[in-house]
Design a protein around this ligand. Structure first.
Ligand SMILES: Nc1nc2c(ncn2[C@@H]2O[C@H](COP(=O)(O)OP(=O)(O)OP(=O)(O)O)[C@@H](O)[C@H]2O)c(=O)[nH]1
Ligand SMILES: [Mg+2]
Length: 355
């Protein structure tokens, strides 16, 4: 099965990326040895609401949303600027994912004094330089085009790329810029790294804390922030469920790493979940917050978007309160919504369509 969302795990060498990847996916890849190619694994997104719906409808299949995690080998500082192919490979992998999670070392582990703020700034700089190079190339091409033809094909482009250049030269990410829909479309073709949603993962020593200034820097750049201890969670994964819960509580950890990572990813990507239910399957689907019903229908199948007529919508809480779908209908909790309806987190949808 194809995952609907791809998250890249990246950062400086030896920060615990593969350890975290193993914790999240159970993939059991060797740690402490770098490598050249990324590891990939699909992780299911746990959602107690889907469990509850499955209990109610007793379907043949329960299908949670899935995320593909891509564990990208670490990079060394200064990699992007010297044009070294090997060293900049992580940038290419980064371009292909929907969001990036930067793992930052806050533990010693024999690798020397941690420098979380330094690591954060180093990656930001690498990403900015890579984007700047694309922007400058584009501006150069546009200038030539203007010289040759007397004008550029798309007059939107020169001012937009000039703005991008200014932003990047001021060491600010492109995600901070407000773009109009035409510009958004234009920019999306370039897969700019600093425009991608970002998660800062502070990998701390057992009981440790992420330094406030590094957390602030990440927040200022619009990143979601996660703090965890990857090696401890690795041990946790070997325990039985109730033992693990006790261990978590003892350590004052509210949420295991995998859930934190998924929640942060959904936050960074601005995703919500909606559900489809029935005797065959109960299934969770991701969609961008603020999406109208036909777009959500399109996540299920393009035919459903193309032929969208109406959506039957029941809020998860209403269905649970009513006890079953028939009772929810009798309570007028099953609404008929049209094309403009904005899908809400937890909505249960039944799409009426005709193609
Ligand atoms: N003390 C401590 N060690 C850790 C922690 N997380 C990872 N390590 C150790 O750090 C070493 C490197 O971990 P990896 O997960 O391989 O690091 P990586 O970021 O994938 O490294 P590259 O792929 O080479 O960039 C391993 O020996 C881990 O056991 C942690 O939270 N605390
Ligand atoms: Mg690794």
């Amino acid at each position: 099965m194809e995952a609907q969302v791809q998250i890249g795990i990246l950062g400086v060498k030896f920060t615990g990326k593969t350890t975290l990847f193993n914790v999240i996916t159970g993939a059991g890849m060797p740690t402490g040895q770098g490598g050249v190619d990324p590891h990939r694994a699909i992780g299911k997104v746990p959602d107690p609401r889907l469990d509850r719906l499955t209990d109610m409808f007793n379907p043949k299949r329960k299908i949670p949303t899935s995320v593909e995690w891509v564990d990208i080998p670490g990079f060394q500082a200064g990699a992007g600027s010297d044009g070294d192919r090997e060293a900049t490979r992580f940038l290419e992998h980064g371009r292909k994912v929907d969001a990036m999670a930067q793992v930052i070392r806050c533990f010693d582990g024999g690798f020397g004094t941690p420098d979380p703020l330094g690591e954060w700034e180093t990656l930001s700089l690498e990403l900015s330089l890579a984007d700047l190079q694309i922007v400058e190339n584009r501006l150069e091409k546009l200038a030539k085009e203007k010289m040759r033809m007397g004008k550029v094909a798309n007059p939107l482009e020169p001012p937009m790329f000039e703005r991008f250049k200014e932003q990047l030269e001021a060491e600010k990410p492109l995600r901070d810029l407000e773009l109009n829909p035409d510009e958004t479309k234009l920019a999306s073709g370039y897969a700019f790294l600093t425009a991608k949603p970002l998660i800062a993962v502070f990998n701390v020593a057992e009981g440790g804390e992420a330094p406030a200034e590094a957390v602030q820097a990440a927040r200022d750049a619009g990143a979601e922030v996660v703090t965890l201890c990857a090696t401890m969670e690795e041990e946790l994964a070997e325990l039985e469920e109730d033992e693990a819960a006790e261990f978590l509580a003892d350590l004052g950890i509210e949420e295991p790493a995998a859930n934190q990572m998924i929640r942060a990813s959904y936050g960074a990507l601005n995703l919500i979940s909606f559900f489809t239910v029935g005797p065959d399957e109960c299934r969770a689907w991701p969609v961008r917050r603020g999406s109208p019903a036909p777009v959500a229908a399109g996540v299920i199948h393009s035919d459903l978007q193309r032929g969208f007529i109406r959506a039957e919508v029941t809020a998860y809480e209403d269905l649970i309160a009513a006890g079953n779908m028939a009772a929810a209908k009798a309570d007028n909790k099953v609404r008929l919504e049209g094309k403009a309806y904005e899908v809400q987190d937890g909505d249960i949808l039944e799409i009426r369509f005709s193609v």
